[in-house]
Design a protein around this ligand. Structure first.
Ligand code: SF4
Length: 374
C-alpha cells in the first residue's frame, strides 16, 4: 500500500519525527561530522556491535587512520590490531580492500553515487544509503533491523521481516517515507527511534512521536510485531589450545595453519589449537606432536573459559606447555605448510598488542592468571 494511504498526514508525521530527533538525539562522535570516510567507518563498526562498544574503537581508529589514504596505506596487521576486540574481522579486511579501491579509482574520496559505492567490498545497500544520505544528502533510505522494526509496527506487518520479499517491501516503504529534504537526518531519526524508543522488547509508545500514526500501537499488538525469528540452536564446541612458554618467557602464535581451528579465531594470529571430541589433553598433545614436532609434550591444564560466537557456544580449554626452546618449524604435513609463527614476549602484553581475536586474548589471560598462581 502506498505510504500516503497508510499515513494520511505524512508531512506532519515527518515533522514530528524530525523534531523529536533534534531534541533527543544522542551526541555520538560520528554525528559531529559530514566526512563520508568517517561516517562509513562508523557504519561498518556499528554492524553487529553496540554503540557504547564502538565509540572508543571509532575514536582510536580515526585518530590512527584519519583519511582513506592513510587506511589504504596501512599494513593489514596494523589495521587488524586497531580492530581487535570488535570481532567480525571480515569487516576490517573489507574496508581495507575498499580503501585501496577508493584511492585507485575515486581519487581517495568515498564515491558520491550509489552504484559506485555498492561496487566497494563490504558495502551493501544499507551502508551505501546511510553514508550517502548523511554525508551527501542523497535521497536514499537506509533500512537496518531497527528501522525495519519501526516500519513493521507502524504498518502492523506480520511475518518474518527478513524474508526477501518482505524486506523488499520494507525497503520500498522506507524509501516512500523518506523525507527527501533531509534524508540523512531522516535516516538517523528512524534509526534512533528504533534504538531508543521502538525497542524490540517493551517499546516506549507513550514517548513515541509516531504513536498517532502507528497501527500496531492502535491495535495493541506491539508485543507480537514483528514476529520473533526462530533462533538457530546453539552448537557446543570445545577447543583445546596450547600456550607454549620458553625459558625466556616467550610464547608462540600461529597463523594460516590448517587443522588449527583457525576459523574460530577469525583467521588471525592464534595459539596452536584444535577442536576436541573427548580427551582434550590427549587430542591436543597428538596435534602438537604432528604440528610442531614436539615429543610427548607435558600439558598443564588451565582454567577453562567460555566464549560465544553467533550460534556457537565455545568452551576454550587452555593448556600451559613449558619448553626449553620454542619450535622453529611448524610444517609437518603439506596442509600446514602455509603456516607462519610469531614469537611474543612477555606473554600477556605481547598478545594484547598483536592482531588477535578475543578468543585468543581470553586464552592468554587464562594463562597469565594460571602463571601468577604457580
Ligand atoms: Fe514503535 Fe510504539 Fe512508536 Fe509504534 S508507537 S512506532 S510501536 S514506539
Amino acid at each position: 500500500m502506498p505510504p500516503e494511504k497508510t499515513f494520511p498526514d505524512l508531512r506532519a508525521m515527518r515533522r514530528r519525527l524530525l523534531q523529536w530527533y533534534r531534541q533527543n538525539r544522542r551526541d555520538l562522535p560520528w554525528r559531529r561530522t559530514r566526512d563520508s570516510y568517517r561516517i562509513w567507518i562508523s557504519e561498518v563498526m556499528l554492524q553487529q556491535t553496540r554503540v557504547a562498544a564502538v565509540i572508543p574503537y571509532y575514536r582510536r581508529f580515526v585518530a590512527r587512520f584519519p583519511t582513506v589514504l592513510s587506511l589504504a596505506r596501512a599494513r593489514e596487521p596494523v589495521l587488524l590490531r586497531h580492530w581487535a576486540g570488535l570481532g567480525y574481522y571480515s569487516r576490517a579486511r573489507n574496508i581495507h580492500r575498499a580503501a585501496k579501491q577508493i584511492v585507485a579509482l575515486h581519487n581517495s574520496c568515498f564515491p558520491v553515487g550509489a552504484e559506485a559505492a555498492l561496487a566497494l567490498p563490504g558495502v551493501g545497500r544499507y551502508t551505501a544509503a546511510a553514508v550517502l544520505s548523511i554525508a551527501d544528502n542523497l535521497p536514499l533510505a537506509a533500512l537496518d533491523g531497527n528501522v525495519a522494526r519501526v516500519l513493521a509496527r507502524l504498518q502492523a506487518l506480520h511475518g518474518d521481516l527478513r524474508l526477501p520479499a518482505r524486506w523488499r517491501e520494507l525497503e520500498a516503504s522506507a524509501q516512500a517515507l523518506l523525507d527527501r529534504r533531509a534524508p540523512g537526518e531522516w535516516n538517523q531519526a528512524m534509526m534512533e527511534l528504533g534504538a531508543m524508543v521502538c525497542t524490540p522488547l517493551a517499546p516506549r509508545c507513550g514517548e513515541c512521536p509516531l504513536s498517532a500514526d502507528c497501527r500496531a500501537f492502535a491495535l495493541d499488538i506491539t508485543d507480537s510485531v514483528p514476529e520473533k525469528r526462530s533462533k538457530r540452536a546453539a552448537v557446543s564446541v570445545r577447543i583445546a589450545a596450547a600456550v607454549l612458554l620458553d625459558s625466556a618467557g616467550r610464547t608462540l602464535l600461529l597463523r594460516n595453519v590448517d587443522g588449527n581451528a583457525r576459523e574460530l579465531f577469525s583467521n588471525l594470529w592464534q595459539f596452536p589449537a584444535i577442536k576436541v571430541r573427548r580427551n582434550a589433553r590427549e587430542e591436543l598433545r597428538r596435534h602438537l606432536e604432528v604440528l610442531l614436532r614436539l615429543s610427548q609434550p607435558t600439558l598443564l591444564p588451565l582454567t577453562p573459559v567460555r566464549h560465544s560466537v553467533t550460534y556457537r557456544d565455545i568452551t576454550l580449554l587452555p593448556f600451559l606447555l613449558r619448553v626449553e626452546r620454542l619450535p622453529n618449524r611448524i610444517a609437518a604435513k603439506r596442509s600446514v605448510q602455509t603456516g607462519r609463527a610469531m614469537l611474543l614476549r612477555p606473554l600477556l602484553a605481547g598478545v594484547e598488542d598483536a592482531p588477535v581475536s578475543s578468543a585468543t586474548r581470553k586464552i592468554a589471560h587464562a594463562a597469565a592468571h594460571g602463571l601468577s598462581r604457580v
